[in-house]
Write a protein of this length. Structure first.
Length: 91
């Protein structure tokens, strides 16, 4: 898959532009959706809630990246491994 989900974005009020800029070091962002608490979770994302329960309860971003390799790179390099509770998490 070329799609990643981010949790614990490192900004107070993320926008499509700020999140795209954050991920620009990995690759070109093809599609980006910001999910906010209290709003409906898209059907293509809802199936992942059991694995990642913060989806739907916190601000998250669903990002489609240009290539599978770039999405894989994002999951490996963008996560804040020093703060696994509150740091940026990319899955």
């Amino acid at each position: 898959s070329r799609t990643v989900v981010t949790i614990n974005l490192p900004m107070d009020s993320p926008t499509v532009e700020t999140v795209a800029e954050l991920f620009s070091s990995c690759s070109e962002v093809v599609l980006l959706r910001i999910l906010r608490p209290g709003k409906a979770v898209p059907p293509d994302v809802i199936k992942h809630i059991s694995k990642h329960p913060k989806i739907g309860t916190t601000v998250c971003a669903v990002i489609e990246i240009e290539t599978f390799e770039s999405a894989e790179k994002a999951t490996e390099t963008m996560c804040n491994k020093d703060d696994w509770r509150k740091g940026l998490h990319v899955v």
